[in-house]
Design a protein around this ligand. Structure first.
Ligand code: CA
Length: 253
């Protein structure tokens, strides 16, 4: 997940960014509102952490501007102790949550994870898709209860797709979640990671876990092909014919 940290206190920003990277996030660091706007416009930021006291404009103005330009990722504000008005104004400007300085990293990380889960429509730290379960907190993936050994990059790609089940995620968006700098980008890497994820989680392609939409990106379908909703029950999925599906065999008898 790609996080944007906007904080002009260099020591605090660098410490925070380092701790968040240790926690598995990709982090963009901005020292003022203008840099923050740049990163938010250029990259697929999953969430922003914004200090309210910035040198070029207030964090409040920055947040209001981001919301006006259609940015709907969660925003967590950093406020000074005792400035309760800031919290109210920040939340009114479009922030989702706040943390009071000085904060400890465990609290901040917990808030960040909670906001990311909520924005992905998930209130639980474990995302389930058919036999696949992904614990976003412990960073563990299981298929039918068996632990899968994923690298940090593989995990991030899977998590990014699971956070948006049913939606197409572009290669550029996935790359943004992995890399910090432009020069590190290489879309071939995403293809390699997707191939490895399929090999590890869905070796026979029976689950249909990750779909490739040529020229558009990747998608984890709303549900595994065998698991139809009530409305669609009994209707074979025209896109995913499966002659060996035991349910269909039963229907014919
Ligand atoms: Ca400040």
């Amino acid at each position: 997940m790609r996080l944007l940290v906007v904080e002009d206190d260099i020591a605090l920003r660098e410490t925070l960014a380092a701790q968040l990277r240790d926690a598995g996030f990709t982090v963009d660091e901005a020292g003022n509102a203008a840099e923050g706007e740049y990163f938010a416009a250029e990259f697929a930021v999953a969430m922003a952490i914004i200090d309210l006291g910035l040198p070029d404009k207030s964090g409040m103005e920055l947040i209001a501007g981001l919301r006006e330009s259609g940015k709907d990722f969660p925003i967590l504000i950093l406020t000074a102790r005792g400035r309760w008005q800031d919290k109210v104004e920040g939340l009114n400007a479009g922030a989702d949550d706040y943390v009071v300085k000085p904060f400890n990293i465990e609290e901040l990380t917990a808030r960040i994870n909670a906001l990311l889960r909520r924005s992905g429509g998930w209130s639980q730290p474990v995302i389930h898709w058919g036999p696949v379960s992904c614990d976003t907190q412990a960073q563990e993936v299981r298929v039918s209860g068996e632990a899968a050994e994923l690298t940090a990059f593989e995990f991030r790609v899977l998590e990014s797709l699971l956070m948006r089940i049913g939606q197409v995620v572009t290669k550029a968006e996935l790359t943004d979640q992995l890399y910090h700098q432009d020069f590190e980008r290489d879309s071939n890497v995403i293809e390699v990671l997707i191939t490895r994820l399929r090999k590890k989680l869905d070796p026979d392609r029976q689950l249909g876990l990750i779909e490739t939409l040529r020229g558009r990106g990747y998608r984890i379908p709303d549900r595994p092909p065998g698991e139809s909703s009530d409305a669609a029950a009994g209707e074979p999925d025209p896109e995913l014919p499966d002659p060996e599906d035991p349910d269909r065999e039963d229907q014919r008898q």
